[in-house]
Design a protein around this ligand. Structure first.
Ligand SMILES: [Zn+2]
Length: 198
């Protein structure tokens, strides 16, 4: 069997991108080689650099280039509050409401047994260790109001309450099925202020 040509190899690599099938991968490969070699070189460098440098924050699990991220290093924050979100984008949404001054934990996903995504994939052990540091007194669950988000919140809530922690959930200002990323800041602010114990 002969090894793939450079074009075939490129198209194969491009297929790793979400939503890119064989046809589009080939189109993109042709496009880059025909019209945008500088762009292609930049893309290659950016990918190599990102893979080398980006890791998970030792405390909150978000993406960072340091051992501990800037948010976790911010000494003006209330260390007794820990807000659990699914993604860095959700964290950003909550930051924009200006109503929350605690710290975060980023799951990088949600539980989804049908897709084979279990507690290990959402870094549950790391969250437990973080939440039981003796300083955190309340964990605010701000996962999405989708089925998966709700199930994830329920699971985490039971796990943390069993360890004696106070756990609250964003209030229902956020619509059923709502993903935080697409909800306006005012609604999230309200939901944060009205959060209730689980
Ligand atoms: Zn962090």
């Amino acid at each position: 069997m002969k090894s793939p040509s450079s074009l075939e190899f490129l198209a194969e690599a491009l297929r790793r991108l979400p939503g890119v099938g064989p046809k589009s991968a080939q189109r993109i490969a042709y496009h880059l080689m025909q019209h945008d070699r500088d762009g292609a070189a930049m893309l290659g460098r950016a990918l190599t650099q990102a893979v080398e440098r980006i890791r998970h924050c030792a405390r909150c699990n978000t993406f960072t280039e340091h051992e501990v991220c800037e948010t976790c290093m911010d000494t003006d924050r209330d260390e007794s509050l820990l807000c659990v979100v699914e993604t860095p984008a959700d964290q950003l949404m909550i930051e924009q409401t200006m109503t929350y001054k605690g710290l975060y934990f980023v799951l990088m996903g949600h539980l989804s047994p049908l897709d084979g995504i279990g507690p290990k994939d959402i870094h549950l052990e790391k969250l437990i260790a973080r939440a039981t540091d003796g300083i955190v007194s309340e964990v605010v669950l701000a996962t999405n109001f989708t089925n998966e988000g709700e199930a994830t919140a329920h699971y985490i809530s039971e796990t943390l309450k069993a360890r004696g922690l106070k756990v609250s959930r964003l209030a229902r200002g956020v619509p059923v099925g709502g993903e935080l990323e697409y909800v306006d800041a005012g609604t999230i602010a309200r939901a944060m202020l009205d959060r209730r114990s689980t």
